[in-house]
Design a protein around this ligand. Structure first.
Ligand SMILES: Nc1ncnc2c1ncn2[C@@H]1O[C@H](COP(=O)(O)OP(=O)(O)OP(=O)(O)O)[C@@H](O)[C@H]1O
Ligand SMILES: [Mg+2]
Length: 348
């Protein structure tokens, strides 16, 4: 193997609420290049279960997927579900790594609304301006039981966990251009059960929030209000979505209050950011996650938040064979997290 053609000795793993996704990259002529990817549908929300039997099942799926996708490494970087992690951006005096670790350990309870002995703490320096006395640090806390569950699943699948990372950091790597450090944007990831909202200055997260809403909640409200079974509700959701001019706006009116929870959280986050950064402007919202395919959603969000909304392209920083363009574009919404994790060695 040549020095410039190295497969990364790890892959990105996104254990989602409806499917598992994996992605592996290599370096080719200095560019992150696709080696392989794959996904597998799993029983909805099994990933949230604490039962050991369910963890065994997930481990079995994962093992199968890694084999099917021809992943060539046993090492995993996995995304933490943002609902079960807590993040805070804090300022600390300029300290060396060791002092910083200690200092953060002492003051973490000021920022983390969980018992400190029941969480696994991690942190990363996200802004280090030599002219300033302070460092900006991203503090991440995951409850011990979640971290342990992930570790269990991964070990049972015969793999090794190298790191757990917050979803938002992975998304920024895959969906924004590393060169655009000056621009501020919001990334909204709407999946099956969760919606993650984060604001970035360049690729540095400023606000990370999560709302427990996704296609599951939308499907449920359609099913209840329009008296449809799950399958029909799913069809109505995917066909009519947030389009006011379809079937007299019946689906639109039903879904709107659910989506408005997301809109509220988006607007709150924007206001919070602007209050703290009055001179800055958020350029756009980048949408990702399978539920972003809800018809009419981008336009509805753009109108509600008064911002440009675009669908994220997680392949933007990655080289892949030209004849795969269409196939890869069709799965763009589902791969932002796993590709962002796989990009970790390329984009810090
Ligand atoms: N056209 C559509 N309209 C609405 N939802 C859709 C559409 N197409 C797919 N979805 C939903 O996208 C979801 C899958 O997206 P994704 O892979 O981002 O979820 P996930 O990562 O498994 O979930 P989570 O992030 O909550 O753990 C499915 O639940 C599916 O119902
Ligand atoms: Mg997801």
């Amino acid at each position: 193997m040549e020095a410039f053609d190295q497969e990364q000795n790890y892959f990105g793993l996104d254990l989602g609420n409806s499917s598992i996704k994996v992605a592996q990259l290599r370096e080719l002529q200095g560019r992150p290049t696709l080696v392989t990817y794959g996904d597998m549908d799993i029983q909805e929300n099994i990933i949230m279960s604490d039962s050991l039997i369910d963890q065994d099942k997930v481990a079995g799926y994962l093992k199968q997927l890694v084999a099917d996708a021809n992943i060539s490494s046993k090492n995993v970087i996995a995304a933490l579900p943002s609902t079960s992690s807590f993040t805070a951006i804090i300022k600390t005096p300029r300290l060396n790594q060791k002092e910083l670790g200690e200092s953060i350990g002492y003051q973490a309870d000021k920022y983390i609304p969980m018992a400190i002995d029941q969480v696994k703490l991690d942190w990363a320096i996200i802004e280090d301006n030599p002219q300033e006395e302070e460092l900006t640090v991203l503090l991440v806390a995951a409850p011990n039981n979640i971290a342990t569950k992930y570790l269990n699943i991964i070990q049972k699948a015969g793999l090794e966990l190298l790191a757990l990372e917050v979803n938002a950091l992975a998304l920024a790597r895959s969906l924004t251009l590393a060169s655009q450090t000056e621009s501020n944007c919001m990334i909204v990831d709407i999946g099956t059960t969760n919606c993650d909202i984060a604001i970035f200055k360049g690729q540095v997260p400023q606000i990370v929030r999560s709302v427990g809403i996704g296609s599951k909640a939308i499907r449920r409200v359609i099913s209840q209000n329009l008296g449809l079974d799950e399958t029909q509700a799913d069809q109505f959701m995917k066909k009519f979505g947030m389009q006011e001019d379809k079937i007299e706006g019946q689906v639109f009116k039903t879904v709107k209050p659910v989506v408005d929870h997301i809109v509220d959280e988006i607007n709150k986050s924007i206001n919070y950011f602007i209050e703290r950064n009055p001179k800055l402007k958020i350029e756009k919202i980048i949408l990702t996650g399978g539920t972003s395919a809800l018809p009419g959603l981008p336009a509805y969000l753009a109108n509600s938040a008064k911002l440009t909304v675009e669908i994220g392209n997680p392949w933007v920083n990655i080289t892949y064979p030209a004849d795969m363009q269409q196939t890869l574009a069709s799965i763009s919404l589902n791969y932002a997290t796993s590709l962002g994790l796989a990009l970790r060695n390329f984009i810090r």
